[in-house]
Ligand binder design. Sequence first.
Ligand code: BEZ
Length: 251
Amino acid sequence: MEQLQFFSGRGRNGEFVRLPRAYRQKVKWVPHIGDIFPDFDATTTQGPIRFHGWAEGNWTILFSQPGAFTPVCTTELASLARARREFADRNANLIGLTNDEVQALKAWADEVAVLFGTPVDFPLIEDSSGLLARTFGMHHQKESGNVTIRKTFILDPSMRIRMIFEYPLGVGRSTGELLRTLDALQHQDALDVATPADWQPGLEYVLPMHVTAEQADHRFGRGWTEINDYLRVVDPAALVERHRRITRQSA
Ligand code: BEZ
């Protein structure tokens, strides 16, 4: 068993946390939800890019993979490529990142296109030095050493990180869950609602705590129901009707 030395921290209210000292010594910036994603230059399968110039104004799915020509990564790449129209419908662009050189990434993308009958028409970033993966917290030493884990960022059009997924080497990601999360974020932004567990488009929303009953009446009319003072649900049909009414009034 690994010997760990512990650092003990105490919060303002006497709360206690026991953190291995080694964790403390490693503290550096890791991307968090709410941070603006840093800009960077990259070589990709579609030529050189400056990231913000390429991404700003659309939603972005930036995903890292352990490596080209490997089994799980290949199925992930094919799954994302197959769903390219669904991402485009949501105004979202895909961009991958691995530790491989760009020639290998191009050859791999061509092979995936043949194997799965779907073009890989989004860029893959060469990160052969590992600089980007290290900076963006994509190396998890105990899982994979200096091999990149399966990390996904959803960035909004202003480059703010809205969602972070982390998967280990042996578990392939779900494209369906990625699309569902993108839908949830976009509905949240458009309607000031939150989405409950296992939500799918068309199902009920819940009201965030900050929305008052008066605001809910104003926005949703009779389309919302108070189950108790913190659990309030919104019928999506009420929103469709409300949008229709607003459109009619302003026509
Ligand atoms: C894979 O995609 O299957 C894989 C890649 C690198 C390490 C382990 C698994």
